[in-house]
Design a protein around this ligand. Structure first.
Ligand code: FAD
Length: 416
């Protein structure tokens, strides 16, 4: 039974020198068989397990993670959360996630530090501004808070930004006030703790090495800890999705690319919103502990290394310095990469597969953190009912046969 976290509990633990905190989750021995196995202990996999247990009453579940929980893209991203996508299908999916974000800390009894500090997506050309206006109108039709703001209004929101003195002056921006950031590790840990409390087995250092499929139906998975049987298997492994699909004899329309980010030394508060520019290509926010969190475009080559190349860092730093000249003297502390799974239409795949009982949730590419609660919620429903959740249906694999692609390259925020 998980203890509830509260201010009073914190005080009580302080009196005992914080020596008796309960472990956040168990370290169970794998069972021989589960009703559902989720492969991938990132935010999406953990959220899927949590909603399967909390919404659908399926608790005989294991999450299999080859490393540690949240050690993939979930713990490596720049934490931007927004829902201002262009097309109805994606706008509605990301807005579904946004509504879940708004109550997530209370629901999980875990502070995920969701901070609705607003996101600006800057426009630097007339065509940028046309696209921004179109997207803002589309957002409004979907009930998503979205505005076009002028350079003067941008300067009021972010006084330190350089509006005019750039190669591509800032001509305006979209502005979503309900957007913001959340603490990425806390999202994984919060879902993990809540899922564990509902009986889900979280198996770390458990790598899936093969899939057992008999007569077109999944029977379980081979792992470094032996075979584990399952009636249904959900695969949520981001950049490794192509590898896992290969184990089931499937080919997915995905490419795996490195995507980098870096953080600076901590500064006093200077930036209380998120600024993104597709055109000069860099995005930045300031974390609660003061670091500038800076994101870039993908490295152009395919790869599975969780690092990236120097030219991307150089290009991004140049873009950030151009928009924020005062950051020129800031020192960078750390840099890293994740492996993102990009789809031809920059949209996810949430789908049944030709193998009975095998499901894939992937293709979130450079922008899946913001979708974590919504993705887990609709994927859990898809697995539990063996039928797509209405919000997930447009993102099924059959769109690559029908041609009904949902082109979100313009709203993706990171060039692919
Ligand atoms: C640098 C960077 C910046 C980003 N910035 C943002 C942002 O600002 N906003 C945003 O919305 N999105 C952002 N993203 C994208 C976002 O991080 C991802 O879309 C999202 O976190 C994917 O979550 P996930 O749970 O699907 O994947 P992951 O967190 O990667 O989890 C997948 C897990 O599967 C495990 N796994 C893989 N193979 C196996 C196997 N064979 N057996 C068992 N386990 C396995 C991995 O170890 C991993 O832990 C960014 C990504 C990166 C890399």
């Amino acid at each position: 039974m998980a203890n509830r976290y509260s201010g009073f509990g914190l005080f009580r633990h302080a009196l005992r020198y914080h020596e008796n905190w309960q472990r956040a989750w168990r370290n169970p021995t794998p069972k021989t068989h589960y009703d559902v196995i989720i492969i991938g202990g990132g935010g999406h996999g953990l959220a899927t397990a949590y909603y399967l247990a909390s919404q659908h009453g399926i608790t005989n579940i294991a999450v299999l993670e080859k490393g540690y929980l949240g050690g993939g893209n979930t713990g490596r991203n720049t934490t931007i959360v927004r829902s201002n996508y262009l097309w109805d299908e994606s706008g509605q999916l990301y807005e579904h996630a946004m509504k879940l974000w708004e109550g997530l800390s209370e629901e999980l009894n875990y502070n995920v530090m969701f901070s609705q500090r607003g996101v600006l997506n800057l426009g630097h050309t007339l065509q940028d501004m046309r696209n921004i206006e179109r997207r803002v109108q589309s957002n409004r039709l979907n009930g998503i808070d979205s505005h076009v703001v002028t350079p003067d209004e941008i300067k009021k929101i972010v006084p330190i930004i350089n509006i005019d003195n750039l190669r591509y002056p800032i001509m305006g921006s979209s502005w979503q006030p309900r957007a913001g950031v959340a603490r990425h590790d806390a999202v994984a840990w919060g879902y993990a703790r809540a899922a564990d409390a509902l009986g889900v087995d979280l198996l770390q250092e458990t790598a899936v090495t093969g899939m057992r499929i008999e007569g077109g139906t999944i029977r379980g998975v081979e792992t470094n800890r032996g075979f584990i049987g399952a009636d249904r298997v959900g695969c949520v492994v981001a950049g490794n999705s192509g590898v896992l699909a290969g184990m089931a004899g499937l080919r997915l329309p995905l490419e795996s690319h490195p995507l980098q980010a870096f953080v600076s030394e901590p500064l006093k508060p200077v930036l209380d919103t998120v600024v993104m520019s597709n055109h000069v290509h860099g995005y930045v926010n300031q974390s609660d502990k003061g670091d500038l969190v800076i994101g870039a475009g993908i490295d152009g080559y395919n790869g599975y290394g969780q690092r990236g190349s120097m030219p991307v860092i150089e290009h991004t730093a140049a873009a950030i310095c151009e928009m924020f000249p005062m950051f020129r003297r800031v020192r960078m502390n750390r840099q890293w990469g994740g492996i993102v799974d990009t789809c031809p239409d920059a949209c996810p795949i949430i789908s049944k597969t030709p193998v009975d009982g095998l499901y894939f949730n992937c293709g979130w590419g450079t922008g899946g953190f913001k979708a974590t609660p919504g993705s887990g919620h609709v994927f859990a429903s898809t697995i539990a009912n063996d039928s797509p959740h209405p919000l997930a249906a447009p993102f099924a694999l059959d769109r690559f046969y029908s041609g009904a692609l949902i082109d979100e390259h313009g709203a993706a925020g990171v060039a692919h």
